[in-house]
Design a protein around this ligand. Structure first.
Ligand SMILES: Nc1ncnc2c1ncn2[C@@H]1O[C@H](COP(=O)(O)OP(=O)(O)OP(=O)(O)O)[C@@H](O)[C@H]1O
Ligand SMILES: [Mg+2]
Length: 343
């Protein structure tokens, strides 16, 4: 896996701060959200965080979903390192100092885990109301985030209050979609949630960084064009659809979640196993059965997809200029051409 450069920490850490925000925005926070379930939010969170950490970014992932799948994807659930959401719950409800319960699950990567206690917290916050909840979450995270270059919130599906709090705290939002019949409906709902966050004062700075096409089996270029057209109508603003789509591979996805490996690690294991197989074949093919079933042949492709996508996301995240719509870009190009032409 070569040819990708992950941007080095370009996000200034000190720009956030209660004094300067009318809403609860953490400058280095990115929410991965879509009200629709099973569209790749958690897979994307785990892989993005792990690749950024692998490139030297100090990363904190925050699981806001009581399902706790992020723990399986990063492997800390299998290792019994999670806390069922207790740390976050105590910090938000009782003002205890928030210390990520999962420390260094990879070099440069800490996690705030979720589970049973997250479900209880969601209920409590729902009763406390949105403004109060956002303030409590902000108070819990503000002292912590200066240690990180990137904080990624894995938001739960549905319109759960915790998902909205992930949006309330984040400067940017990335929405993965799985292109089945209901996907575009999910986007309309997300567009409405972004508008609500911006206009209600919960988070007037929230920026939709882009859409990720997830679990794609067909031509991604045609799909991107189609999605772009529909999006601009729904979101009434410039919307980026990231160039890199994540290809379909049920087998790789299944293996990665069961083994607690992200794609770049799964690829390494696949390669090592492939070499071991060849060695064994040279000796005696009967030994092959000891290796178990081969890993997915898509391992390298999926790892490349996530690496290239992470590169795109982090570059966009590090660029403070506003996102332009396709129409604005076309207008800009026309004006540039007119300006450059003969007078
Ligand atoms: N590249 C892929 N190809 C096919 N299936 C995949 C791929 N990546 C992940 N999956 C599978 O898709 C399912 C949904 O993925 P994931 O859990 O990341 O989505 P999610 O949006 O977080 O779901 P939820 O809304 O339940 O939190 C999982 O069963 C996962 O194993
Ligand atoms: Mg999930």
């Amino acid at each position: 896996m070569e040819g990708f450069t992950i941007p080095m920490r370009l996000v200034p850490r000190a720009e956030h701060g209660a004094h300067e925000r009318e809403s609860t925005v953490l400058n280095q926070a990115l929410a991965i959200a879509n009200g629709k379930g099973g569209v790749g939010k958690t897979s994307l969170t785990a892989n993005l965080a792990a690749i950024a950490a692998n490139s030297g970014w100090e990363v904190l992932v925050v699981d806001l979903d009581p399902q706790g799948n992020l723990g399986a994807d990063l492997g800390y659930q299998q290792l019994g390192m999670g806390d069922d959401g207790a740390a976050l719950s105590k910090a938000v409800q009782f003002g205890e100092t928030l210390r990520p319960p999962v420390q260094r699950v990879r070099p440069h990567l800490d996690a705030i885990s979720a589970g049973r206690k997250t479900r209880e917290l969601a209920q409590v916050l729902h009763e406390r109301g949105r403004a109060d909840s956002a303030q409590a979450m902000d108070a819990a995270f503000a002292p912590l985030v200066d240690r990180y270059d990137l904080v990624v919130f894995d938001c739960p599906p549905g319109d759960a209050s915790l998902g909205d709090l992930g949006l309330a705290l984040s400067r940017c939002l990335v929405v993965p979609i799985k292109f089945d019949s209901g996907s575009m409906d999910g986007l309309e709902v997300m567009a409405a949630r972004v508008r609500a966050a911006r206009t209600s004062g919960t988070n007037s700075k929230l920026q939709l960084l882009g859409i990720v096409l997830f679990d794609i089996t067909r031509n991604a270029t045609a799909l991107r064009r189609q999605v772009l057209e529909e999006l601009e109508e729904d979101f009434h603003q410039g919307v980026r659809v990231f160039e890199t789509a994540i290809r379909h591979s049920q087998r790789a996805a299944y293996d990665m979640r069961s083994d607690g490996l992200v794609a770049i690690e799964y690829e390494q294991e696949e390669e090592a196993e492939r070499e071991a197989r060849l060695e064994l074949l040279k000796i005696d093919r009967h030994y092959l059965s000891e290796l178990g079933p081969a890993k997915s042949a898509s391992a390298q492709g999926i790892a490349d997809d996530y690496t290239s996508l992470t590169n795109e996301i982090l570059e966009a995240f590090s660029d403070p200029s506003p996102i332009r719509s396709a129409a604005e870009i076309a207008r800009g190009d026309r004006m540039a051409r007119a300006g450059a032409g003969p007078r």
